[in-house]
Design a protein around this ligand. Structure first.
Ligand SMILES: Nc1nc2c(ncn2[C@@H]2O[C@H](COP(=O)(O)OP(=O)(O)OP(=O)(O)O)[C@@H](O)[C@H]2O)c(=O)[nH]1
Ligand SMILES: [Mg+2]
Length: 331
């Protein structure tokens, strides 16, 4: 199919050739990307532009050449809150927009791909719990930072963010998943019980179909359901209009597989402001360790208010906790 490039594009291409600094080249490439007609005939060109933008950004970040070799970049983000959830997916799908909509963080959002270059954390509040979200650079066949893979692997869960405004939504999502799989990172809706290959890291994932406000989004959502419905739970949202974001907050919390436990100092009211979040199946002893490391030794018994017990029942260390239990530790 012919590319049929408009005169404005050809003029911008000329400007790009004349650009002398990396910053100028990047600006001209952004113009080209915005001007290029988005259809099958320009796919190869679009792809080339993305790769060029990515290289120029690397060049800008690396600074002037010094002749010295730099070590590998590490971008570890220490975990905070009830758990760490990575936003991952193809370029320009709205990962940063979602971070901005769900948290107080202010990441850069732009209408061209490869905007995000470093991990950007933010805290999402859901009821009385905080969950850490980490916005990441895109994952595509041509572009993949190894540290992005490391963050996804070590996160407690992931959101696969895809673009309901994009006709190639399924192929781009599949390409991101395949690129991650090359590093033995498998995004899955459910962690398998019997994992035969222990070198594969499974990351529990929710598929977030963003831009549900876009023209034709509902038809594309059907395609996404056909392709990925068996693999992931799918939630359609719009970072722009806010549609579906309340459900998304709740689903992100559920994804972590944790329960909230409230504690109470003997003779004092329940601390409702600061729940502890613990993996499902945790016991009174696990909670005691979280509250204070010395409590593992000194815990005598606990009193509990909640599921399957009468109010204030005395329980032993190995008693299994349930969501929203109130626990009074006696040491
Ligand atoms: N219509 C619509 N546009 C959106 C929505 N969310 C994001 N966008 C637009 O999509 C473009 C890309 O948004 P970003 O948040 O920068 O996307 P990203 O996935 O972080 O992009 P990269 O960092 O380059 O991978 C911007 O022009 C946003 O305004 C949405 O829900 N609806
Ligand atoms: Mg981004």
């Amino acid at each position: 199919m012919p590319a049929n490039l408009p005169p404005q594009y050809l003029k911008a291409e000329d400007d790009y050739r004349k650009a002398t600094t990396p910053a100028d080249r990047l600006e001209r490439l952004k113009d080209l990307y915005l001007l290029i007609p988005k259809h099958k005939g320009t796919e190869k060109l679009q792809c080339d532009l993305k790769t060029k933008m990515s290289r120029v950004r690397d060049e800008i970040e690396a600074g002037p050449a010094t002749g010295k070799k730099t070590g590998a970049i590490s971008h570890r983000v220490p975990s905070d809150g009830a758990g760490q959830v990575a936003l991952v997916g193809p370029a320009n799908t709205g990962k940063s927009s979602l971070l901005a909509a769900l948290t107080n963080a202010k990441p850069e959002v732009a209408p061209y791909p490869f905007t995000t270059r470093v991990p950007y954390p933010g805290m999402m509040h859901w009821e009385d719990v905080r969950v850490q979200l980490i916005d990441l650079p895109p994952v595509t066949p041509e572009f993949f930072e190894s540290w992005t893979g490391n963050i996804v692997r070590s996160a407690d869960a992931a959101l696969l963010v895809i673009d309901l405004g994009d006709d190639d939504i399924a192929d781009s999502a599949q390409a991101s998943l395949a690129r991650l799989a090359q590093t033995r990172t498998e995004l899955v809706g459910q962690i398998p019980y019997d994992e035969e290959d222990l070198t594969i890291q499974h990351v529990k994932t929710l598929c977030v179909a963003n831009k549900v406000d876009a023209d034709g989004a509902l038809d594309r959502l059907e395609i996404v359901r056909e392709w990925f419905g068996d693999r992931f739970p799918i939630l359609s949202v719009s970072a722009q209009t806010g549609a579906g974001l309340d459900d998304l907050r709740c689903a992100v919390y559920d994804l972590l597989g944790v329960i909230r436990i409230y504690t109470k100092v003997p003779g004092k009211p329940i601390d409702r402001a600061h729940p502890f979040t613990m993996p499902r199946g945790s016991t009174v002893l696990d909670l005691a360790r979280e509250v204070h490391r010395d409590f593992e030794q000194s815990l005598k018994y606990a009193k509990i208010w909640g599921s399957g017990v009468f109010d204030g029942q005395t329980v032993k260390r190995d008693h299994e906790l349930h969501a929203s239990d109130v626990v009074e530790l006696h040491v």
